[in-house]
Write a new protein. Structure first.
Length: 265
């Protein structure tokens, strides 16, 4: 991937994402597009939780521009979990999802699976280069989504999880326990509320990343009770919450630095 060219692709992609309703900030969308384009692994881009297509549009735009195959977008479109967005008077987000993909010009680049992640996982057999988890945010569900698709991660693949920082305890706990706590993962970090890590099961250098994963895990672990309390803290707890939160990376993504970090030498 040519980094100078990627900036223009990313700007175009962001314009399309920005026109699509949903739950993804600009920094998060730009990171996701970078991860889709630059993950040094072959395989599918898999999204769990599409809703009206905001993240799908960014992923599909990049997939289209770089010939990465169709994005597999998994969602029953019924907002089945208590952590899902409200559908209002509608029974499904599917029609709006399709309309948004068409408007963004990416409908042809998306393989829509109108099903639960656990149903799709039953017949799954393809390697994955980017696994984007943004479905049911309950602890057991996030853990299950990672466990079901983890066996298919290609070496070098990226796992990115939404709402690790700042909203739900489920993704936060799963990221700390199952991603940062595992030597199968190498480089890892956060961008806004996204937690990400690179799958490097056989790379000996992965041990060198243990310290950085541990440091990130220490700060995030202290935020689990804060997330469980709905991010409402007072007095000394508020001070502690802010202290650990400030230790997390909060900058915008730098494509050159990030790509160098995940390059497999
Ligand atoms: C937070 S929304 C996704 C937001 C979307 N990624 C965006 O960029 O706006 C969560 C979605 O997960 C879906 N969902 C809930 N449980 C699921 C499951 N088990 N498998 C797949 N999708 C699921 C819901 O239907 C809902 O549309």
């Amino acid at each position: 991937m040519n980094l100078a060219g990627f900036r223009a692709v990313c700007d175009d992609g962001w314009r399309r994402v920005n026109d699509t309703p949903g739950f993804l900030s600009e920094r998060e969308a730009r990171f996701l597009m970078l991860a889709a384009a630059a993950a040094p692994a072959d395989g599918a881009i898999v999204e769990i939780g599409s809703f009206k297509g905001r993240s799908t549009v960014g992923l599909a735009y990049v997939a289209q521009r770089y010939g990465l195959g169709n994005v597999v977008a998994i969602d029953p479109h019924t907002s089945p979990s208590t952590t899902d967005p409200d559908l209002g008077s509608r029974r499904s987000s599917y029609d709006e999802f399709q309309e948004n993909l068409r408007r963004a010009g990416v409908a042809e680049a998306v393989d829509c699976r109108r099903a639960f992640s656990q149903e799709v996982a039953r017949d799954w057999s393809r390697p994955i280069r980017l696994l984007w988890i943004d479905g049911d945010h309950l602890y057991e569900a996030v853990k299950r989504d990672l466990a079901l698709f983890r066996p298919y991660l290609a070496p070098g693949a990226i796992v990115a999880m939404h709402d690790v920082v700042g909203t739900w305890p489920g993704p936060l706990r799963t990221f700390v326990e199952d991603v940062l706590g595992s030597d199968d993962f190498g480089p890892a970090g956060c961008f806004k509320s996204i937690g990400w890590a690179q799958y490097r099961p056989t790379n000996r250098r992965a041990r060198g990343f243990r310290w950085r994963r541990w440091r990130l895990a220490v700060a995030l672990r202290h935020l689990i009770p804060v997330a469980e309390a709905g991010w409402v803290t007072t007095g000394l707890d508020r001070w502690r919450h802010r202290f650990w939160w400030r230790l997390l990376p909060h900058g915008a993504v730098d494509p050159a630095r990030w790509t160098a970090q995940v390059a497999i030498k």
